[in-house]
Design a protein around this ligand. Structure first.
Ligand code: ZN
Length: 565
């Protein structure tokens, strides 16, 4: 069956509520653990039915945000998701108070109860109105970004379609394209400011009603962080500042030298080599066929999985007008199907989708057998290990996609994943300040961002761009609007993915084995438990930084940049 035949039906929320409450009532009055576990199955089936329709709507809405039918359905979910959350919280409450908790825990493990506890702390019916408001604002941001049409090179371009121009070898094109892109943000600055201001205030109200001083703790609980604190994250950012920022700064200077420039302006940053970045050497169809070969050769598990994705048409990869920005992977539990969304634009980012999002999809495919839906995915700090590590396991096959430019791709990919770390922690630090001081004005927020940028990205040069000099850059970062406190997870996961990169060079079979085991474990354990289970060191362990920086420097020393340029 193809994705296009997956059946969408708008859920009947009242009927769902009735059926749900009958089940939770009988759960509470059950006489033994066995019957409670049977009722759990029935409850999870109901949750899956609702979730499946929500995912189908959300995917189809993001593929064409102008489609009137799914637009209306998305509005329906924005309005009704909090009611579903309330039902889930009723179930979690019953689960946590079960007199047979020990028996249930010995079957499913502790993690289910930790999740239930954390979710309970961030939901009370009194915040329903604010949750609806938060959903609407998040959708408003997504639609504003998707609406961007930038007149450039003879036609109107989406933000994704602008990407190739931003790394053109002709400096004038890069500069003009960059200015045209940022002009969209300048034109809509007030809308971006007011959406964000309302989001921050709404989230702050949610936190206060839940009994928290501000939204930071709520953010951590929503991300289901059970084994590290904001203090540990602050120390992690400090390690990045001390150990990674100097190396990243050196790499930026080297990039300027390769391009023959005294220093990099903001519109030069995306171009890594004077003769152009490495691009895939074929059409999207050719890329996917190469992907099929790669996953067939990588392992039996990846082969079966990738054929499943192709047979059911579970990837929507090409950029189109009206399509939401970015890329993601999600899971449609009713059809046991992962789904991958992206905006191919002819650059190496297309291959990163084919490894990164496929890494996520492979993990959820490997975890689809879990009886409790809480374990389909791990928390995102762990989930990003699956995706980022797959990017490294795919290195040997990059010759198929980039031909004579494969070394160039591998060098650029490694450098960019390193350069990402300072930016990633800057986003995180920004969000802590934003939610600790919810009353900052839009101008103060921008000044705050610019100061944090200067700390972690000291070489940023915005030339005469007033909007960026005033601190507007973050408005292009969807996570800051839509997924608060997600961003640090990429950097934590990156420090784990680098370990897989190192291990794969020493013993690829053993590294791949640990990786597949980690994927199979899904979300059945907490982040640091999963890290240990996969034989990785915790990213909060300061020694990890030393090991990785040494290895990266060694690799970079061995690369003849002149040959790549
Ligand atoms: Zn990801």
């Amino acid at each position: 069956m193809h994705f296009s035949n997956y059946q969408y039906t708008r859920p009947d929320v009242d009927a769902l509520r009735k059926r749900f409450l009958v089940l939770t009532d009988s759960f509470e009055t059950s006489a033994n653990a066995e019957s409670q576990m049977e009722i759990m199955q029935a409850i999870n089936a109901l949750r899956s039915e609702f979730e499946t329709n929500y995912q189908l709507c959300s995917i189809r809405h993001s593929i064409d945000t102008r489609d009137a039918f799914y637009n209306a359905e998305q509005d329906f979910f924005d309005e009704n998701l909090p009611q579903f959350e309330e039902l889930t919280s009723i179930y979690y409450k019953a689960l946590l108070h079960s007199q047979f908790r020990n028996a249930i825990e010995s079957k499913f493990g502790k993690q289910l109860f930790r999740i239930a506890e954390m979710q309970m702390r961030v939901f009370i019916p009194e915040i329903m109105e604010e949750l609806v408001q938060e959903n609407k604002l998040s959708t408003a941001y997504q639609e504003l970004i998707a609406s961007a049409l930038i007149p450039f090179d003879g036609s109107d371009k989406t933000l994704a379609e602008m990407v190739p121009y931003l790394r053109a070898t002709d400096r004038n094109i890069r500069e003009e394209a960059s200015k045209a892109r940022w002009d969209f943000f300048v034109t809509h600055e007030q809308e971006f400011d007011s959406i964000f201001d309302e989001l921050v205030k709404t989230r702050n109200t949610i936190a206060n009603k839940l009994g928290f001083k501000h939204f930071v703790e709520v953010g951590y609980l929503r991300m289901l962080r059970s084994d590290y604190t904001a203090g540990m994250v602050a120390e992690f950012r400090e390690q990045i500042l001390q150990q990674i920022v100097p190396l990243a700064t050196e790499l930026k200077s080297q990039q300027a030298k390769r391009l023959g420039l005294p220093s990099l302006k903001y519109f030069d940053e995306a171009l890594l080599f004077k003769n152009g970045n490495a691009d895939p050497k074929g059409s999207p169809e050719w890329i996917i066929n190469n992907g099929k070969k790669m996953y067939a050769e990588l392992s039996d598990e990846t082969n079966a999985f990738f054929n499943f994705m192709l047979d059911h048409d579970l990837m929507d990869l090409e950029a189109k007008k009206g399509k939401a920005g970015g890329g993601y992977c999600t899971y449609i539990s009713g059809y046991k199907s992962p789904f991958i969304f992206s905006n191919f634009n002819g650059t190496s980012a297309d291959i990163d989708v084919l490894t990164h999002e496929v890494g996520h999809a492979f993990q959820v495919y490997m975890s689809r057998g879990f009886e409790v839906p809480e374990y389909y995915w791990p928390t995102s700090d762990a989930a990003e290990i699956h995706s980022m590590s797959m990017e490294y396991f795919a290195y040997p096959w990059m010759d198929h996609f980039f031909l004579e430019e494969a070394d160039k791709y591998r060098y650029a990919h490694l450098v960019e994943s390193l350069l990402f770390l300072p930016y990633g922690v800057a986003v995180d630090e920004f969000q802590h300040h934003i939610y600790e001081k919810p009353d900052l004005t839009p101008t103060e927020r921008k000044t705050l961002w610019r100061n944090i940028e200067k700390k972690y990205l000291p070489l940023k040069d915005y030339d005469d761009n007033n909007y960026l000099n005033a601190g507007g850059f973050w408005q292009t970062q969807a996570h800051i609007y839509q997924s608060p406190f997600y961003y640090i997870d990429y950097t934590l996961a990156q420090m784990c993915a680098f370990q897989f990169w190192l291990k794969a060079q020493k013993n690829n079979t053993a590294a791949l084995h640990d990786y597949v085991q980690l994927c199979k474990a899904g979300g059945s354990r907490s982040f640091l438990e999963l890290v240990e289970y996969a034989n990785l060191k915790s990213p909060f362990d300061k020694n990890v930084f030393g090991d990785i920086v040494v290895a990266l420097r060694q690799y970079l020393k061995g690369v003849d940049e002149g040959k790549l340029n």
